[in-house]
Write a protein that binds this ligand. Structure first.
Ligand SMILES: C=C(O[C@H]1C=CC=C(C(=O)O)[C@@H]1O)C(=O)O
Length: 448
């Protein structure tokens, strides 16, 4: 497959095809050439680069796999106007974008942190057009090669170099973890503080998160972890963004919002059940999820031509966990962008709390710390203005041999601190298992 792409990169007419596409475009305009790679069954994980930035997004159950390698163009932002800033930059870029006629529009990847100020350690909000996009949609594979119009002369060499440095995945052993008792007590104390303020009528819901740091004998391999997640959670959306030693990755059950031809579809996901937990039918779980439905409907309504509609909640699997999920749909008013929807929705009470503004103030005042893009967003934006963002849950931030895992739980009236602690453990467990618990690895670090 990659050999077929290499041959096409060596074709003598490639620079001419790019120049024809770019005719009359400003030097900074993206130029994207789509090449057909035929029918094949690849998840692209073997092509994850060792050093170049990359983006991975896959839905294994639907046979949908995308890998972006290198950045042809990128823009980052932070602060209260971060979504508006990216929206402006992206719409400017789209107005000049030249791409192969008759092919689906090319796309950009984006990721952002929960908190508009956090820069730890990824850029707060980042949007990037990959230099090489490898797509496998239901077995049909293609490559989309992108270069700014002013850099066509050196493009083929740069693309070849990006393909020449795939990472070499190797298994590693997790080192014994530090005792958790103190951090667990500190977290439970915050849950009790949240319960007091909820009982006092200040808020209805707060989502409190915990983090767990783990270390391995050797560097973690994103490709192996993503492969594990695909097996564990085939119905979730896999995502990753890597930059050198750093990689933020996970498998999330929750969509933030999708925009397709004017139709917006968002998830209201909350309430968690696993073997031995409270049932999703319990009042506490139903209440927790109904607050998310209400907030999503309220956030979408001003952007929709008619009131958005919410489906009844159903059970939604996520590996060994199950959640309650409703889907909220609405036709957006003309001129509404995907970034407008993100700005209106984020953070939903699935990751922040309810009411949203008060919950965010409470979390900031109580030292809630969320690193990387945990509980922020991750997704794609097409040159036609459509796209889809997911809520970045069930994730790990890898840095060489270190990994930080984060997970949270929604606290409402009636929450039991010990049950909520167990819930965060169950959520952290999804990533811990994928990182490779020591018990499952032999002395050489290979799996049974
Ligand atoms: C905040 C997380 O999950 C959210 C999504 C589904 C169910 C949740 C819950 O039951 O609390 C959370 O709202 C997380 O996984 O870190």
């Amino acid at each position: 497959m990659i050999d077929r792409l290499r041959q096409q990169l060596a074709a003598a007419d490639l620079p001419d095809r790019l120049r024809q596409l770019a005719a009359g475009a400003p030097a900074a305009a993206p130029v994207s050439l789509t090449l057909d790679l035929g029918k094949l069954d690849s998840d692209w994980l073997h092509q994850l680069p060792a050093k170049a930035p990359f983006w991975y997004r896959a839905r294994p159950q639907r046979g949908e796999f995308r890998l972006g390698i290198g950045h042809a163009l990128q823009v980052s932002s932070s602060g209260g106007n971060r979504f508006a800033a990216l929206d402006n930059a992206f719409s400017g870029l789209c107005s000049d974008w030249r791409h192969t006629a008759g092919e689906p529009p090319p796309l950009a990847f984006a990721g952002f942190a929960f908190d508009a100020a956090n820069q730890n350690p990824l850029p707060n909000a980042l949007l990037a057009v990959p230099a090489i996009l490898l797509e496998n949609l239901g077995g049909r594979c293609r490559a989309v090669l992108t270069v700014p119009a002013g850099r066509i002369a050196q493009a083929a060499d740069e693309w070849r170099q990006l393909l020449a440095q795939p990472a070499r995945p190797s298994h590693t052993l997790l080192l014994p973890a530090a005792p958790q008792a103190l951090t667990e007590r500190a977290w439970t104390a915050r849950v009790n503080a949240a319960l007091r303020d909820i009982a006092g009528g200040k808020l209805d819901k707060l989502v409190l998160s915990r983090s767990r740091r783990v270390e391995a004998a050797g560097p973690f391999s994103p490709a192996l972890i993503l492969g594990q997640l695909a097996e564990q959670q085939p119905d979730s959306l896999l995502y990753a963004h890597g930059q050198g030693e750093l990689c933020f990755l996970g498998a999330t059950p929750e969509r933030l919002v999708r925009l397709d031809n004017g139709l917006a579809e968002a998830d209201a996901l909350a309430g968690t059940a696993w073997s031995g937990s409270l049932s999703l039918a319990e009042q506490k779980n139903q209440h927790e999820q109904s607050l998310v439905v209400q907030a999503v409907v309220d956030a979408l309504a001003p952007l929709c031509a008619a009131p958005p509609q919410a489906s009844p909640a159903t059970e939604h699997p996520a590996g060994h966990l199950t959640h309650l999920r409703s889907r909220i749909c609405g036709r957006v008013a003309s001129g509404t962008t995907l970034f407008d929807l993100v700005r209106a929705l984020h953070p939903t009470p699935a990751v922040g709390g309810y009411p949203s503004g008060l919950a965010q103030d409470w979390l900031a005042a109580h030292g809630e710390q969320r690193n990387g893009w945990y509980s922020g967003g991750f997704g794609i934006f097409t040159a036609a203005g459509d796209g889809e963002l997911s809520v970045a849950l069930r994730c790990a931030l890898l840095n060489g041999r270190q990994a930080e895992l984060q997970a949270g739980a929604g606290i409402v009236a009636g929450s039991d601190p010990q049950q909520e602690l167990a819930e965060t453990e169950a959520k952290l467990g999804t990533l811990l298992t994928a990182l490779g618990p020591a018990g499952e690895l032999d002395r050489n670090g290979t799996r049974d």
